[in-house]
Design a protein around this ligand. Sequence first.
Ligand SMILES: Nc1nc2c(ncn2[C@@H]2O[C@H](COP(=O)(O)OP(=O)(O)OP(=O)(O)O)[C@@H](O)[C@H]2O)c(=O)[nH]1
Ligand SMILES: [Mg+2]
Length: 396
Amino acid sequence: MAELGQEYDVIGPTELEEIKEALANKDLATAVREIQDYFEQQDRVELNIAVTGESGSGKSTFVNAFRGLEDEDEGSAPTGVVETTMEPKAYLHPEHVNVKVWDLPGIGTPNFKADKYLEQVGFQRYDFFVIVSSERFRECHVQLANEINKMKKKFYFIRSKIDCSISAESRKKSFNKEKTLNDIRDDCIRGLESIGVTSPDVFLISCFDLGSYDFSPLQETMNKSLPQFKKHLLMLALPNITLQINKKKKKELEADIWRVALISTAVAAVPDSDLSICVDILILVAVLIKYYRAFNLDEQSLQNLAERSGKPLKELKAVLKSPLHEEISQHVVKKLLSRKDNKTYIKYWLSKIPILGLLTAGPWSFVVVYRMLKTCLNELAEDAQNVIMAAFQSPV
Ligand SMILES: Nc1nc2c(ncn2[C@@H]2O[C@H](COP(=O)(O)OP(=O)(O)OP(=O)(O)O)[C@@H](O)[C@H]2O)c(=O)[nH]1
Ligand SMILES: [Mg+2]
């Protein structure tokens, strides 16, 4: 489709199948109702992450970093050098309130009993556990891991404060960062194996530098074991700190574009008087705000990133290009929709999905919305990518 010019105007085979399936053998009203149900389910789903480990291992710091917060930001979990967390406490994600990160009390006190502990913290409510250790893994971690296994829940081991370990080792003349990281990882794995954990995965993390070390593999592993809607929610809520996460967020959001285009053009019965197309603008405003939040492009997130990376906010903002940074309103969305479109696109779409010709709003409306969302998503993802590079200087 060389005449279409841009790669994102072409529908991929998976997407094409999904659209055909959604519209096959049913009337449009039923297809739209099913897509609306899909979005309602997506909005309702909750993710509960339990963070546990010995006192002082960095649990609360992880709870904050995972939500893109610094320890002293509003809404952050208290951290410190003396024991601070005594009761399980849920911390909501600032932009995705359905993601709750639970800061659990410390384990490993002399009378620690893993089964009692899990009862006390209400283990049923969690989708998975993160077990944090700032040193070697000990008997209490394994007791806990075994008990979590018995309860048919998932857990991930984190070796925290890696920045401290690296900085201590770097004083040696023979220091080699990669080797040090491998040694720490191997030591943790051996330690866990020696106390009965088979093929353990260990993730080396510094909460003061979450984008480095093993945060990417950790999020990938977490994602794999979650059902579809929870996976989507986790992906959007992750702090947008690596180029890899940025890319995955884009892919996650991209997958729903045809659904949004279809319902926004199917539920609007009357053409918008300012536009020649039939479209529900409010749906589009909500979706663009969702993109914005997922890429952490709002003022507060940029401010947090500036503090975390030590770069001036102005420098991060200087790389933003999308017109959506001014404001996301009905007016702005109308302006984006009124861009002139080439008839070739409509022909292309109809050749792929002839049923679009039967839409009340017509294939025109669908295609205009689809293209507008793709363009905005591409622009915002690119801005977010440039922000990451500006914050951390080089590609992560
Ligand atoms: N250098 C470094 N320090 C860390 C890291 N994570 C946590 N800390 C520090 O370790 C100390 C303890 O961290 P917390 O997050 O309060 O530990 P906790 O596990 O919640 O402790 P309790 O609530 O008492 O069980 C704090 O001074 C943190 O700043 C890290 O990744 N790197
Ligand atoms: Mg704590």
